[in-house]
Design a protein around this ligand. Structure first.
Ligand code: PHE
Length: 445
C-alpha cells in the first residue's frame, strides 16, 4: 500500500497544479483537455501498467531492469537503459526551480503579502521575483536540498511519511479554491475555456504537448514508475493501482485547471502567459478572498502553498530516487554519496534554468530559453522516446506469458485475467503507434 501512495505522490505534483493549467492555456484550451484525457486513458495508462510490470518483474533499478529482462542481455538495452538516468536528471534540475518558486510563495503567504492586490500588482510581484538573480536560485537550492535529505534518509521512512497526510489536504484546498474562483466576477470564461467544446484552437502542437503532458503528469517514460514498481509487493493488484493513480492524477489536474483558469479570466490575465500563470493568478484569488473572507484567506494561502510544496517534493524525490537507486546498485556507493552527486549536477543545472528567467533571458537556443529547452527536450522528446521503448519492450521483447503472469498475479485475479487481452493490445499496438506518430509531430511542427 505504501508504494501505491508513493506512486501517487510521484504523479501528483507541479505537473498537475502548475504545468497542466499553463499548458492548456497555451496549447488549445478545450481541445488540449480532450486530447489529454483520451491520451491518459488509452496510452498513458497502458504505459503505466507496462512500467510497473517491468519494475516488479525485474525487481531492480530502472536502467538494469531492461538488461535483466531482455533475453541475451543485448547491448541495445544497455544503452537505452541510460535514458532513465538522463531524463530524471534533466527534469529534476528545472522542476526544482519551480519548487523553489512555490517555496518563495509559501514564505510570501506567511508574510501575508497576498492581500488586496490588484492583478497588476500580483503580476509585478511575480516578475520582480523571477527576474532577480539570487532569491530564485537560493530557493531552488533550498528546495532541492529538502528533497535530497528525504532521499538520503531512505525510501520508506522518508517518502511514505510525506505522501500520506498532505494529498487529502491539498485536494480539499484545490476544490475550495476552484469553487471560490468560479464564483469570481468574469470567471465563467475560464470554465468555458476548459469545457466548452471548441476545437478551433486545436493544432498539431496540441497533440504533441497534450501527450507529453500526460506522460509527464503520470511520471512516465523515465524510470520513476519502474523503480517504484520494483518495490511493489507481489500480491498487489497492478490494474487497480495503475488505474487508481491515473484517475486521481487526472482529477487533480482538472481541478487545478478549474481553480486557475476562472481566476485568469477574472483577473484579465492572458491564458497563454506561460510558466508564470499560476503564480500570477493564485495571489489574485487570495487577495480577493482577503476581502470576502478575511478570517480564513491567510490560512488558506499558507496551507495551499505548503501542500503544493510537499506535493512538488514527493515528485522531485521520485526523480532523485531513480538516479540514486541506479548509482547505489550499479557502483556500490553509499546512498549519501549518490544523493550528493545527483544534487551537485541537478543543483548546478537548475541554476542555469533559474537564470534563464532573469539575467540569461536573452540567451536562447533554437528560440527556446534554457528552461524551455530542458522542459521541451525532456517532456516532448525523451519521455516519449522512453515510453515508446518501454511499450515495445513489454509488447515485443518480454514473453506474453510473463507479462500476463505479472499482470494477473499468476492468474489469481479474475478481473485482471479478463481485461488482459485489451490491455496487452493497447500496450503492444495502440500505444506504440500513437507515441511514434506524436513523437514525429514534434519535428515537423
Ligand atoms: N509527475 C510529476 C508531476 O506531475 C512530475 C514528474 C515527472 C515526476 C516525471 C517524476 C517524473 O509533478
Amino acid at each position: 500500500m505504501a508504494v501505491i501512495l508513493a506512486m501517487a505522490g510521484s504523479a501528483i505534483g507541479l505537473g498537475n497544479i502548475w504545468r497542466f493549467p499553463y499548458m492548456l492555456g497555451e496549447y488549445g484550451g478545450f481541445a488540449f483537455v480532450l486530447i489529454y484525457i483520451v491520451a491518459t486513458l488509452l496510452v498513458s495508462l497502458p504505459v503505466f501498467v507496462a512500467e510497473v510490470v517491468i519494475g516488479r518483474r525485474s525487481r531492480c533499478n530502472a536502467r538494469d531492469a531492461f538488461v535483466r529482462l531482455a533475453p541475451g542481455h543485448s547491448g541495445f538495452w544497455r544503452i537505452t537503459g541510460l535514458l532513465p538516468v538522463l531524463i530524471p536528471t534533466i527534469i529534476a534540475s528545472y522542476y526544482s526551480v519551480i519548487g523553489g518558486w512555490s517555496l518563495e510563495y509559501l514564505v510570501k503567504a506567511f508574510q501575508g503579502v497576498f492581500s488586496s492586490l490588484s492583478p497588476e500588482q500580483s503580476a509585478g510581484i511575480f516578475s520582480g521575483f523571477i527576474s532577480s538573480t539570487w532569491t530564485p536560485i537560493v530557493m531552488h537550492l533550498l528546495f532541492f536540498a529538502l528533497c535530497a535529505v528525504v532521499v538520503a534518509l531512505g525510501v520508506k521512512s522518508g517518502i511514505e511519511l510525506f505522501s500520506k497526510f498532505t494529498m487529502p489536504v491539498l485536494f480539499v484546498l484545490v476544490v475550495f479554491i476552484a469553487i471560490y474562483s468560479i464564483c469570481l466576477p468574469g470567471a465563467w470564461g475560464g470554465v468555458e475555456y476548459i469545457f466548452k467544446p471548441d476545437l478551433s484552437r486545436m493544432t498539431p502542437r496540441t497533440f504533441a504537448y497534450a501527450m507529453g503532458q500526460s506522460f509527464y503528469s503520470l511520471s512516465l517514460g523515465m524510470g520513476a514508475i519502474i523503480t517504484y514498481g520494483s518495490y511493489v509487493h507481489k500480491n498487489e493488484n497492478i490494474l487497480a493501482s495503475s488505474t487508481g493513480t491515473a484517475i486521481s492524477d487526472l482529477t487533480f489536474a482538472l481541478l487545478a485547471a478549474l481553480a486557475i483558469m476562472p481566476a485568469v479570466f477574472a483577473a484579465g490575465i492572458e491564458p497563454g502567459a506561460g510558466p508564470g500563470l499560476i503564480f500570477q493568478s493564485i495571489p489574485f484569488i487570495f487577495s480577493k478572498m482577503s476581502i470576502d473572507m478575511p478570517w480564513i484567506s491567510g490560512v488558506v494561502a499558507v496551507m495551499f502553498f505548503l501542500t503544493v510544496v510537499v506535493a512538488a517534493m514527493t515528485s522531485c524525490i521520485s526523480l532523485i530516487e531513480v538516479v540514486t537507486a541506479y548509482l547505489v546498485e550499479r557502483y556500490h556507493i553509499s546512498r549519501g554519496k549518490a544523493v550528493a552527486a545527483v544534487s551537485l549536477v541537478c543543483g548546478s543545472a537548475g541554476i542555469l534554468c533559474s537564470l534563464s528567467f532573469g539575467p540569461l533571458a536573452g540567451f536562447t537556443i533554437g528560440g527556446k530559453s534554457i528552461f524551455d529547452l530542458f522542459d521541451w527536450v525532456a517532456s516532448n522528446i525523451l519521455l516519449l522516446l522512453m515510453s515508446l521503448i518501454t511499450v515495445v519492450f513489454v509488447g515485443f521483447v518480454m514473453k506474453k506469458d510473463d507479462v500476463r503472469d505479472e499482470f494477473t498475479n499468476s492468474g489469481s485475479l479474475s478481473l485482471n485475467r479478463k481485461v488482459f487481452p485489451a490491455v496487452y493490445f493497447l500496450i503492444k499496438w495502440v500505444a506504440p503507434v500513437a507515441i511514434a506518430v506524436i513523437f514525429l509531430t514534434n519535428f515537423i511542427l
